[in-house]
Design a protein. Structure first.
Lengths: 180, 389
């Protein structure tokens, strides 16, 4: 009896110890190489169709998109710019993407093109939206934002990529303002 | 001397509610009262803020050159980010100086600089502007919204071939989200694609960027991040996030507003650094030792305190005359000479705030309270320019 009494508590405490160590290990983030890993799974769309964008200089160095029309090939994309002095110039995709130092007019034109549907031709992800402020009016914005985007998306090529990412920073800290 | 507190014909209640800031009407935070400043006082506040900002920038520039950041007690990766963002001239888009005095002959004294996550943006810009309909002299120094429009517009141009997309984040508090809302509105008007996500909802991917779930298996990536999450929170509460941001910012995968170097301006230890080098009437003597204030009234603060928390005011005999508790007591203590606040005929104290956008003086506004420490329980008070002497 004496032997039994002394051996049972030792076994019991050993089991308790193992359980405690297991929970502590889990609590502090251990438990296998896959645990705690997070991924961003992104479906990337790449347009196959092209766009002819009509952009007008409505005020000095201030450009607005007046129309965007889809065409068959991406490489044939063009910007037809009408400047404030009524002169008209056409830019290919390569020309508009080219950085030109000390040319605010070109950078203004490029910034507006980038913010519109034409931006997808210039490498902007198709998951991002288009900016109303880049368009001359609601009609031209709505045309690109609804039927234009939808058609461009339906003919786009797709691939899914998986990237390791971390998420959940600052969880449980929302009870107070962190402003100053 | 004329009283500066004035009663207004009302408050722009409808405007506040329509714009989604109805909660600001709770607890009498906004009341139908204003405060008058004369043109000389406004000019002086602008001049002082310009001078202080210039000094801060010069001193930070010197630190970046000499790499003498030890006194700030920041992680090395944060120091890397400070130097990188300063050298790359990242925009310090929004800050707010808090001053004592500046009215009725009371000298203007810098209390602190909310350089990292300044709030009070809606009330100091668009709501204060709306208050001009409720007073006979509708003049204010308030170009805050316009200055932010210009700042975000120039950022869209600076974005170059990157698509101008801005993710705004906070830890979810109503007040911080209200400030985020106005930033998003302005950025969107200037051509940014904008979205909001609480910090825990953002995916931070090393070597890639920041992403938010856009539904249907898609993630949307953003190139700019405006955060209402303090840099010191990132440094000390979320060091893994600091590691990722270090990677993304230094590789130009992400542009963060306010930039990492704002933490230097924000730290009250920097106030001590600056006050030792410049003997100017608007800079309060500051120190890391209370022994430097024996026999005089002084204030104890912490290096990264917020919203008037963890502040003690001591009298000439070293006895506490006012004190606030708070969440920031673990940070280093800083001591500052006591400065007089303006007090109205009801016995309420006023603190002058000056917002700046990329260093430009953009809006004056006031908070007032019954106590010397202006904390989160105070009221917002719009200002008006008057011919008052």
């Amino acid at each position: 009896m004496t032997e039994q009494k002394s051996s049972t508590p030792i076994l019991k405490y050993a089991i308790y110890g193992i359980i405690a160590i297991f929970f502590l290990f889990k609590f502090f983030g251990g438990g296998g190489s896959n645990e705690g890993a997070d991924y961003v799974e992104e479906t990337l769309e790449d347009p196959t169709q092209g766009i002819i964008a009509e952009i007008q200089e409505v005020d000095e160095d201030l450009f607005k998109i007046t129309d965007e029309e889809l065409i068959e090939k991406r490489a044939d994309s063009r910007i037809i710019a009408t400047f404030i002095d009524n002169s008209v110039d056409t830019f290919t995709l390569d020309e508009i993407t080219l950085e030109e130092a000390n040319n605010p007019r070109r950078s203004g034109l490029r910034a507006v093109a980038m913010a519109g549907m034409f931006g997808y031709m210039m490498g902007r992800p198709m998951s991002s939206g288009i900016a109303r402020s880049a368009y001359a009016n609601d009609k031209s914005f709505n045309k690109s934002n609804t039927s234009g985007k939808s058609q461009l998306s339906s003919t786009a090529s797709r691939k899914t990529v998986r990237k390791p990412a971390s998420k959940g920073f600052g969880s449980g800290k929302s009870t107070r303002s962190y402003g100053g | 001397m004329a009283d500066r507190q004035v009663d207004l014909q009302g408050i722009p209640e409808e405007f506040i509610k329509e714009n989604g800031y109805g909660f600001l009407l709770d607890d009498e935070y906004i009341v139908p009262e204003g405060i008058l400043l004369n043109a000389a006082e406004i000019d002086n506040a602008i001049k002082v803020q310009d001078e202080v900002y210039k000094i801060f920038k010069t001193e930070l520039s010197n630190l970046v050159v000499t790499k003498q950041f030890d006194f700030l007690n920041l992680p090395q990766k944060m120091v890397d980010l400070i130097c990188y963002s300063f050298n790359k001239n990242h925009n310090h888009i929004l800050g707010r100086f808090d001053f004592a005095g500046g009215i009725d002959g009371i000298p203007l004294k810098l209390l602190e600089y909310n350089a990292d996550t300044p709030t009070m943006l809606p009330e100091s810009s668009i709501i204060q502007d709306e208050f001009t309909k409720f007073y006979e002299e509708p003049y204010q120094h308030n170009i805050l919204r316009r200055q932010l429009e210009v700042a975000f517009n120039s950022l869209t141009i600076a974005a170059g071939e990157n698509h101008p997309s801005l993710l705004v984040t906070s830890l979810g508090h109503e007040e911080d989200k209200a400030n985020a809302q106005l930033i998003m509105q302005i950025a969107n008007e200037e051509g940014f694609e904008v979205a909001y996500a609480d910090l825990p909802e953002i995916d931070f991917a090393i070597g890639e960027g920041i992403f938010v779930d856009a539904g249907e298996g898609m993630s949307a990536q953003y190139d700019f991040l405006y955060k209402l999450v303090p840099w010191e929170f990132i440094c000390f509460d979320e060091p893994d996030l600091l590691d990722i941001l270090h990677n993304l910012i230094m590789d130009d995968k992400l542009y963060v507003l306010n930039p990492p170097y704002a933490i230097v301006y924000q730290s009250k230890v920097f106030l001590d650094h600056v006050s030792r080098k410049y003997d100017l009437p608007f800079l309060l003597k500051s120190s890391r030792s209370s022994n430097d204030f024996i026999g005089q009234k002084y204030v104890e603060k912490v290096s990264f305190g917020r919203l008037g928390e963890n502040i003690s005011i001591y009298d000439e005999r070293g006895k506490i005359i006012e004190k606030t508790e708070g969440d920031f007591g673990h940070f280093e203590k800083i001591y500052q000479e006591f400065a007089q606040l303006y007090k109205d005929h009801y016995g309420e104290y006023y603190q002058l705030s000056m917002f700046n956008v990329n260093g430009v003086a953009s809006s004056i506004s006031f908070r007032r309270g019954e106590k010397l420490i202006i904390d989160d329980d105070c009221q917002f008070v719009p200002h008006f320019e008057s011919k008052i002497s």
